[in-house]
Write a new protein. Structure first.
Length: 674
């Protein structure tokens, strides 16, 4: 039965419900008089009744390839309140599990309770766990800017680090605690890893001071416990630092992604707390409070893995506590991850591995493992993202070799004596102590030199082609030109300008599955590629400018002036970026981009007031040639672009080779022997 609730949906949401593109929905709206009338919004961003849309889609057989989950989510989203939506999803998860859960959630509105009932009914038809996980993921995606979740690959990696350092004993009970569990990603990963390892009974304990997150984690882990006979879960709402509901727990493993840079973590009221064995954490060092809290919850011989910002390893205020942890032999490893692993995506976060001594014996420290993978991956927002498989292989190999006491650690990892770290700074940043991973034989120097030779060859080939260009001579005169504005009026191209995304819509890092990269002038100035992204729904609803492959993109400010033929994935263009889409029967895109990017063109069309001055794109000059005569110029411009790319590639390779060869020679890892 179609929903009777007055839930508004956008064209983008209708497209998602029907499993089609937004253009298809716009086409339905134009072609079918029976398509529902809009109930709100604007002409540019109309809103429609979900009940009417659902009825129309069913009557016109547009839902045959899509389940009912997509129809359910807009109702939850329309509740408006982040907390009520989360609590309603959690309640739906509890009720989907049957009579063991409460009949209704406390504090939920009538509308929310109706949605819970619909979700439970849908779960019975399409799978309770699948329906709950769908709603949970949509909630996390909708509130990605307020909720910092540990991505699934990172949660798996943290669990692997803990279990590599402390393998679960077959048949032995295992207690895993996360004192800031969020939506339960780390505990979920631990349960799967423990089950696969054949561990005995596993107790999952979690806590979070956010009521919605605690409820969602409890519901999620209850499903995990239902599916594995020897797994139990106990997640509670609370502030672990101030009033820990698991204060009496002695955990075998603690996994934690604590909140960063908190100021109100309880410095005053907890100043005499017995957990601060290694010193009272400074007010600005909340992360070191979490570190000591975690140690206080470990049983003898227990292991903990925390995700921390890099500043915790080096800030002056925390050096005394870091030194105390080293002297006590509790800090086993610090691993620098590549940017993009988790929020904030632009930062190289660290994994800290800690362990407590078994029994009454003092900790015997074989040193500290420092491993640096921070430069092993493309930066956040660049093509490729994080290579989780390669990162996992490196981390597991480093931890495994370190724990076995081996001297031969993977390149990029080093066993440090504690005494060598106990200087005035006690700086534990791996990059300060570890030889870069790309040195010597492990650098694959043969591959690097092969790339170098290919770049030199490409530069030579394109240079030869460009050297064949001949001056026209002074007597030939200047060829006639036209402007972008005149070409637009003649229909040879379509000119559109990008815009500043609304506040709060931009997400940093690598785009999610439903994300579109955002390119800004700042990205061009930093030569970084897109460093942020937008949800497709935001792009569609706000009619953001998206550059498609084959479009000519122009940067309209003096300091970053350039033009190129876009060849990557669809990309949103920010303010002062322009898209020119040519009519292929009148103009060649490469010819147009080549003409526009001439430095003299930007100077003539700019205002010259400052380096931030704008370029009037409509005034940019283009040679006035018929299409047939544009094509030889187009090929020359392609060669010029390739020449520039080979030059940049050669410059990068040369810098890397100089760095790596210097490191290799200086450390004795490269030999001059023939």
């Amino acid at each position: 039965m179609p929903s009777t609730r007055a839930v508004p949906v956008t064209l983008a949401e209708i497209a998602r419900i029907a499993g089609v593109g937004r253009a298809a929905v716009s086409n339905w709206r134009r072609r079918h008089d029976s398509f529902p009338e809009r109930i709100g919004g604007t002409d540019a961003s109309p809103l429609f009744s979900l009940a009417q849309v659902e009825q129309w889609l069913r009557e016109n057989d547009k839902l045959k390839d899509v389940g009912d989950r997509e129809l359910l989510w807009p109702g939850f989203e329309a509740l408006g309140s982040r907390d009520e939506t989360g609590l309603a999803i959690a309640e739906a998860g509890r009720r989907m599990r049957g009579n063991r859960a409460r009949a209704s959630g406390p504090g939920l509105s009538e509308e929310a309770r109706e949605l819970v009932g619909e979700a439970v009914a849908l779960g019975r038809r399409e799978g309770a766990r699948e329906t709950f996980e769908f709603l949970l993921q949509r909630w996390l995606d909708a509130h990605v800017r307020q909720v910092s979740a540990s991505p699934r690959p990172l949660a798996t990696l943290m669990t692997e680090v803990a279990f590599t350092a402390r393998p679960p004993r077959s048949g032995a009970p295992l207690t895993v605690l996360d004192p800031a569990c969020g939506a339960g990603h780390l505990l979920d990963a631990a349960a799967h890893a423990a089950t696969e390892a054949g561990a005995g009974p596993v107790a999952l304990l979690g806590c979070d001071n956010d009521p919605a997150l605690a409820a969602l984690a409890a519901a999620r882990l209850a499903f995990v416990a239902d599916e594995a006979d020897e797994v139990t879960a106990d997640v509670r709402e609370g502030d672990s630092l101030r009033a820990d509901p698991h204060a009496r727990v002695a955990a075998d493993v603690v996994l934690c992604n604590p909140p960063f840079n908190e100021r109100d973590w309880g410095y005053e009221e907890l100043s005499t707390d017995p957990r601060w064995v290694h010193g009272l954490p400074p007010r600005t060092e909340s992360e070191l409070a979490w570190v000591q809290h975690v140690l206080a919850r470990l049983r003898p011989g227990g292991t903990a893995v925390l995700l921390l910002p890099p500043a915790v390893a080096s800030r002056k205020a925390g050096r005394r506590i870091r030194g105390a942890l080293l002297r006590a032999g509790l800090l086993r490893a610090v691993i620098a991850l590549p940017p993009g692993c988790a929020q904030p995506h632009s930062v190289s976060l660290h994994l800290w591995l800690l362990s407590t001594p078994a029994g009454a014996e003092p900790a015997r420290s074989p040193g500290v493992l420092l491993a640096d993978a921070s430069d092993s991956q493309p930066a956040a927002g660049r093509e490729g993202g994080v290579d989780w498989e390669a990162l996992g292989d490196f981390v597991r190999s480093a931890i495994g070799a370190f724990e076995r006491g081996e001297d031969d650690l993977p390149d990029g990892a080093r066993r440090m004596a504690v005494i060598d770290l106990l200087d005035e700074e006690v700086d534990l940043t791996p990059g300060r102590h570890v030889t870069p991973a790309a040195v010597g034989e492990d650098l694959h120097l043969e591959d690097a030199w092969r790339e170098f030779a290919e770049a030199v060859g490409g530069l030579r080939t394109t240079g030869t082609a460009l050297a064949a260009l001949e001056p026209t001579g002074a007597d030939a005169g200047r060829r006639p030109t036209t402007t972008v504005g005149e070409l637009a009026r003649a229909g040879a191209l379509t000119l559109r300008g990008g815009q500043q995304p609304p506040e709060g819509t931009v997400v940093n890092g690598e785009p999610a599955d439903d994300g579109v990269p955002l390119l800004t002038v700042a990205d061009l100035v930093q030569d970084s590629g897109p460093t942020g992204w937008l949800h497709r729904t935001d792009v569609a609803e706000r009619r953001m400018l998206v550059a498609e492959p084959g479009d000519v993109v122009v940067a309209g400010v003096i300091r970053a002036f350039t033009a190129w033929v876009h060849q990557g994935p669809p990309t949103v263009l920010g303010a002062q970026l322009y898209s020119l889409r040519v009519d292929p029967e009148k103009m060649d895109a490469w010819f147009l981009a080549g003409c526009l990017r001439a430095p003299s063109n930007g100077r003539q069309a700019g205002t010259h007031a400052s380096s931030a001055s704008r370029v009037d794109v409509r005034r940019l000059q283009v040679l006035q040639l018929p299409l047939a005569e544009q094509l030889p110029y187009s090929e020359a411009f392609r060669q010029l672009t390739a020449f520039e790319e080979f030059r940049a590639r050669l410059d990068d390779l040369s810098s890397r080779l100089v760095r790596d060869l210097s490191d290799g020679l200086a450390t004795g890892r490269l030999s001059t022997k023939r």
